[in-house]
Design a protein around this ligand. Structure first.
Ligand code: GDD
Ligand code: MG
Length: 324
C-alpha cells in the first residue's frame, strides 16, 4: 500500500523553529516529527511513503533517507513550484496506485487508518475522509455528514460564526485516482476548496475516527504534542514518563537543578546548578546557566541562557543568547 504525504508547506507559524529546519523534520521529543507519521503508516500496512515536497527536499532526504529497515520505503517528489494540496496530489498521480492513502504531513496521530480503508472499500467511495471531533472547527475543514457516511458539505476554514463543536477533516484520506478527473495539470489547486466540494454527492464519504489527533502547526500545540507523547496519550515508540520528563542520556543536568514537571532535554544540553526548566523543550546543545529559569518555552539548538536569566513563554531561534 502507498501513502502520499504532503509536506510542502512552509511552517511559518512555528518560526523561528522552522527558519532553518523544515517542519517535517523538526525534532519532537526524540525524533524527527515525520518519523511518527511514517511509523504509524507502516503499522497500517503502508510499505511505500511518497513525500510530496513543494520545495527542495535536501534536508528531508538527509535526515529520513530511504526509510528505516523494516519500515516503509521513502521516496521524494518535488513540484516545480508549490501546487497546493490538490495540485501536489495530481502531480504525484503517475507515481501512485489506483487507490492510495493521502495525508497532511503536519499531524501527530494514531487514528485507525485501516478502518478508513475498509469503509472506503465497503462504500465504493472515490474519496474517504478521516474525521475528528473538535470544539472549535474554525481553522480546519468542517464536514457535514449524513447518517450513512456521505459528506453533505465540506467547508474549509469556516468563519467564527460557524463556531460550535463539529467534525473536521483530519487530513487523512483514502483516494481513488478517479477523484482527480478534470483537475488540470501543473496548476495550483486546493483539494479542500476545489476538489472535495465538487465530490459532494459524487463519491465523497467521511468516517469519524477515534484516537489521538493534533495538527502541530503552532508553538503551543508543539508543546502539547510533546507532553502527550511523553505522558503516553498518543501511541508512539517513545517510552512514557508520568512526570512528562524526557532527558536524553547525552545531556548534563546538575544535581540540584530542577527539571520538570514537563520537559524535554535533547542530547548535548547542559543545565547548571540551581537552574529550573519546566514546561519547556530544549533542542540539541542548549546551555542553561546557574539559577536561570526557563518555563513554557521552546529553545532551538544551541541556545544559551545566561546565569540568573529568565525565559518565559518564548520560542527562541538557533543559537540565540538570553542574558540576565
Ligand atoms: N507538496 C505540497 N505542496 N504540500 C503542501 C502544499 C503545496 O503546495 N501546501 C500545503 N502543503 C502541505 C502542508 O505542508 C501540510 O502538511 C498540508 O499540506 C496541509 O496544509 P496546511 O497549510 O497545514 O493546511 P491547514 O492546516 O491550514 O488545513 C488543512 O489541515 C487541516 C487539518 O490539520 C486542511 O486540510 C483542513 O481541511 C484540515 O482540517
Ligand atoms: Mg496544518
Amino acid at each position: 500500500m502507498q501513502a502520499l504525504v504532503l509536506v510542502g508547506g512552509k511552517g511559518t507559524r512555528l518560526r523561528p523553529l522552522t527558519t532553518e529546519i523544515p517542519k517535517p523534520i523538526l525534532t519532537l521529543v526524540d525524533r524527527p516529527f515525520l518519523s511518527y507519521m511514517i511509523e504509524w503508516l507502516g503499522s497500517h500496512g503502508v510499505d511505500e511513503v511518497v513525500l510530496a515536497c513543494g520545495f527542495l527536499p535536501d534536508q528531508l532526504q538527509e535526515v529520513l533517507g530511504n526509510g528505516d529497515p523494516g519500515g516503509p520505503a521513502i521516496r521524494y517528489l518535488v513540484e516545480p513550484e508549490p501546487l497546493g494540496t490538490g495540485g501536489a496530489i495530481k502531480f504525484a498521480l503517475p507515481e501512485l496506485d489506483e487507490r492510495f492513502f493521502a495525508l497532511n504531513g503536519d499531524v501527530l496521530t494514531d487514528l485507525d487508518l485501516s478502518a478508513l480503508w475498509q469503509s472506503h472499500l465497503e462504500r465504493g467511495a472515490r474519496a474517504s475522509l478521516g474525521l475528528y471531533p473538535v470544539e472549535d472547527p474554525t481553522g480546519y475543514g468542517l464536514v457535514d455528514l449524513a447518517g450513512d457516511g456521505r459528506v453533505l458539505d465540506f467547508h474549509e476554514k469556516p468563519e467564527p460564526g460557524h463556531a460550535g463543536p463539529g467534525l473536521i477533516n483530519a487530513g487523512t484520506y483514502v483516494l481513488e485516482k478517479s477523484a482527480f478527473e478534470g483537475v488540470p495539470d501543473g496548476c495550483e489547486v486546493s483539494i479542500e476548496r476545489e476538489i472535495f466540494p465538487g465530490l459532494v454527492e459524487n463519491g465523497l464519504f467521511g468516517l469519524r475516527l477515534d484516537g489521538y489527533w493534533m495538527d502541530i502547526g503552532t508553538p503551543d500545540r508543539y508543546l502539547d504534542a510533546s507532553w502527550d507523547i511523553i505522558e503516553g496519550r498518543v501511541k508512539s515508540g517513545v517510552e512514557g514518563d508520568s512526570a512528562g520528563v524526557h532527558v536524553d542520556p547525552g545531556a548534563r543536568i546538575s544535581d540540584d537543578a530542577v527539571v520538570g514537571p514537563r520537559a524535554v532535554i535533547a542530547p548535548g544540553c547542559q543545565v547548571g546548578a540551581g537552574a529550573e526548566v519546566t514546561g519547556s523543550v530544549l533542542l540539541d546543545g542548549c546551555e542553561i546557566g546557574e539559577n536561570a529559569v526557563v518555563s513554557n518555552s521552546i529553545l532551538s539548538a544551541g541556545v544559551r541562557v545566561s546565569a540568573d536569566a529568565q525565559v518565559g513563554d518564548r520560542v527562541l531561534g538557533k543559537k540565540e543568547v538570553v542574558n540576565a
